[in-house]
Design a protein around this ligand. Sequence first.
Ligand code: SF4
Ligand code: SF4
Length: 459
Amino acid sequence: MPVEPERIREKAVAIVEGIDISGHWNRMFEQRVIWDYDTSSLDQITSIPGGESLGACYQCGKCTPVCPVDHVGDYSPRKIFRKVQTGTNLLESPDLWLCTTCMNCLRVCPKEVNMINIMPAVREQAVLEGTAPTELAQAFENTFRYGNPLGEAQRKRADWVKDAGVPVPIMAQIRRPVDILWFVECYPAYHPRGKDAARGLARIFHALDVDYGILGVEEKCSCDSQRLAGEKGLFEAFTEHNIKMFSKYQFNTLLTADPHALNAFKKEYPKYGGDYHVLHYTQFLATMIDRIPFHKRLPYRVTFHDPCYLGRHNGEYEAPRRLLEAIPGIELTEMVRCKENGYCCGGGGGGMWLDSFSRNHMSERLSERRVREAVSTGADVLAVCCPYEISRFEDAVKSTGNDGKIIVRDIIELIDESMRGLSASRPRGTDIPVVIKEESIQGYGNQYYCSRQAGSRPG
Ligand code: SF4
Ligand code: SF4
């Protein structure tokens, strides 16, 4: 800033703690330079309900090294604050859409600058103004029209059960109270690799004689990621729908394999009158480890990726690890960034539907960076327990040239594989168990597997 002599004040008499500093010594600027900034951009953000805490940043810089986006770009709450403070309109900036709401910055921020509140609040304004990136707007539109962001027909929501190989109880058909209401969610219901895990969990429940049911076509997206991406209206409408469906049935526990749905049920649904005992599937199965009929040793070196919305957001780090360590033959190895400091896959906070947009502002995808970390541990298997991750990481394995070095598996699939006694001698990264038809095997379920080349799975 240029010095403005007319704004320099000099008191005629100035005495501080008995010492006379009158004269040239007490010269000061009328205002500190910081007040000369145009604060309208920052005021705009901090005046949005939810955006207030951005104004608390005091530039300590603790958040920058832990922000996953900064590792592949130029980002962090500190940098966003500074840009906004110096006039950037966040509503028009690409920075508005790059945060995955992974929460690692909030974990270390002394001033509790909360991107989990700031981002949805500011994005909501952008969505109302119609400036959301096209691919995100498409996911919103799909959710609105079809009940899921993939744009699949609602009537097909329970089609995956046909190939589960075991009966999957649907609440509207069984019409009785159950212990567990399993909220399947969109990616396990529709995505080819999500369906693999859904079918595996059905087989595990069947083997453990779990008293459960699913909503089937009565279920709609939990919309937690849409909420965090700025579509609060959609979230509220779908929350109302799901709570209405839940109220039709009696159950003790609401269970899901999706940490994003878990987050919505635990933290958001109670605000709308839906208060449930909620568990992630790893938490539920971890209480039943002694009953899981593991059959085959799986001689894999496995590394585990903590989902942000199971770990940092909801505090669960141990249940997935207990399950993996219980599978005979598995050797668990940790990546450097794990548990509280786990690295984000890039799918949270709407990132799942911003892949092309985000890629244009980063040197590589977060999922690609994470796959490189997983490969560096020497692991054969990257284990996950969030339905976003399996497809993100499988794509990243290919795009980073690591095909054949590591495979990606949901923990469900590893448990299912051990229970069903699939071949343990398959070469690394080549054979994937695939359901081919219904038929009885070993008195468990009525289905068997074959092996086929990776990348050739049916849709
Ligand atoms: S850690 Fe908090 S206070 Fe420090 S620079 Fe980051 S946002 Fe600002
Ligand atoms: S929530 Fe995660 S991605 Fe967003 S700014 Fe904080 S550390 Fe970075």
